[in-house]
Design a protein around this ligand. Structure first.
Ligand code: LLP
Length: 427
């Protein structure tokens, strides 16, 4: 049948209303999100912690639309941010400062200032990623007359079993304070009256497909915390990062459900000296990936016979500029027909689905649709690292975003227009 998201028939969003004289409500390419679905995913993940105190600090780099942040705030989540821009949006969406953590290897003075000065005490934790960063944060806290709540992001030197471009916890990554520098970092923060050390964090990588490495990094962090607490010091929270993988539904990776990661972490904490204290996690992908799709129009069907393999190409109006994951990571996303198939003609014959961009890597792979060539398609599991990584490469304006709740459109971000793009160039 026809493709649905959040109970909504996608073609209804793009077809002109009956009568046909009015312009269609939305144009492809556009992202569509199910706010109910992503809130439910966040709640299910949090349920994995049971009665253990916890904060699900949604990593908004995965998808940063205001309606998504508001829905997740209402589901009890906080946010993980990596820039002053993200922090500003999280605050504008009503996230409480005391539920926000801030990662980043290159935080600038204005970003630190924003983190320290929002709310009564600033954000929950500014995560320090180097010894060198300490002096800057201290100087900003002194200048503002605030106390900086900081945590060390520890580089646990654990090799996550994932794509090398998204592994972050091995010793050559630029992220986090190396274990051997932790002592010096500790001393420096303890000497700074403007800084309060409130936590430790780590993150080993993204699209993790098993819990083993996450558990290992958690145990390492618990060990570091226990050693530091032997002298009577107490951390407020431990943050075990994000990275919980999702199944992209084409028979590739099959990670455990996200809540299993939470259960494993809760168990590790329960059997440690940190039992009963606050656990923070930073999930992005597993909250939103499956609740967002990229809708694309079919521009034309091209046939080539010259090469050894004759092909049918389905050429879309959406490309790697809208969804870069296939080009960048070799990721595979399911592509489905949007409208119901009208007949069985051509069944079984695959299409090579490609975008409009002038790069061979602008390629979504081979897909079978059945029936006549589709007029529009739906690229699935595009809710995470889709719109946030989109660009206007090749002069293609950023796509629109449509947010659904209770089977209705409740918000939409307008697509940028070709005129916007022209204006941007003609500075
Ligand atoms: N915390 C930190 C410190 C991170 O670096 C990341 C992701 C997260 C949390 C959230 O990870 P998640 O739960 O979403 O896996 N663009 C790539 C993924 C890059 C992830 C970067 N860091 C992709 O499309 O696969």
């Amino acid at each position: 049948g026809a493709a649905l998201v959040g109970g909504v028939l996608l073609e209804d969003l793009f077809e002109p209303p009956p009568g046909g004289h009015e312009a269609a409500r939305f144009k492809t390419p556009a992202y569509v999100y199910d706010l109910d679905g992503l809130a439910a995913s966040a709640r299910d993940l949090a349920a994995g912690f049971g009665a253990a105190p916890h904060l699900v600090a949604y990593a908004m780099k995965a998808c940063s639309g205001g309606p998504i942040l508001r829905a997740l705030r209402d589901a009890g989540c906080g946010a993980t941010v990596v820039s002053g821009g993200e922090l500003s949006v999280a605050l504008a969406a009503g996230m409480a400062p005391e539920q926000i953590v801030f990662n980043g290897v290159a935080k600038q003075a204005w970003e630190i200032d924003l983190a320290l000065s929002c709310g009564a005490q600033g954000i929950l934790g500014l995560h320090l990623e180097s010894v060198e960063e300490i002096a800057l944060v201290q100087a900003r806290a002194r200048a503002l007359g605030r106390t900086a709540r900081v945590a060390f992001r520890v580089n646990p030197d654990i090799d996550a079993d994932t794509h090398h471009k998204v592994a972050t916890g091995h010793d050559e990554a630029k992220f986090g304070v190396p274990l051997e520098d932790l002592g010096a970092a500790w001393e420096e923060v303890m000497r700074a009256p403007e800084m309060r050390l409130v936590g430790l964090s780590c993150h080993i990588g993204s699209q993790l497909t098993r819990t083993a490495e996450t558990l290992r990094s958690a145990e390492l962090l618990l060990g570091v915390a226990a050693a530091r607490e032997a002298s009577g010091f107490r951390f407020e929270y431990l943050d075990f990062g994000g990275g919980f993988g999702v199944g992209y539904g084409w028979g590739g990776e099959t990670p455990p459900a996200p809540r299993v990661f939470a259960e494993v972490l809760a168990q590790a904490v329960a059997s440690s000296s940190f039992a009963g204290r606050r656990i923070v996690i930073e999930p992005g992908r597993c909250v939103v990936a499956e609740h967002g799709v990229l809708c694309a129009g079919v521009v034309l069907v091209k046939r080539t016979r010259a090469s050894a393999t004759p092909r049918r190409w389905l050429v879309l109006d959406a490309g790697m500029n809208d969804l870069v994951r296939p080009a960048m990571y070799g990721a595979h996303h399911r592509v489905e027909r949007m409208e119901a198939a009208s007949d069985g003609a051509g069944e079984g014959e695959p299409f090579r689905v490609v975008g409009p961009v002038c790069e061979s890597s602008d390629d979504f792979g081979e897909h079978v649709f059945g029936g006549a060539p589709p007029r529009r398609v739906v690229i699935r599991d595009a809710g995470a690292y889709g719109s946030t990584m989109a660009s206007e490469y090749n002069g293609r304006p950023l796509p629109g975003e449509i947010f659904l709740r209770g089977g209705e459109v409740v918000a939409a971000r307008k697509a940028r227009t070709p005129e916007d793009w022209v204006a941007l160039q003609m500075c």
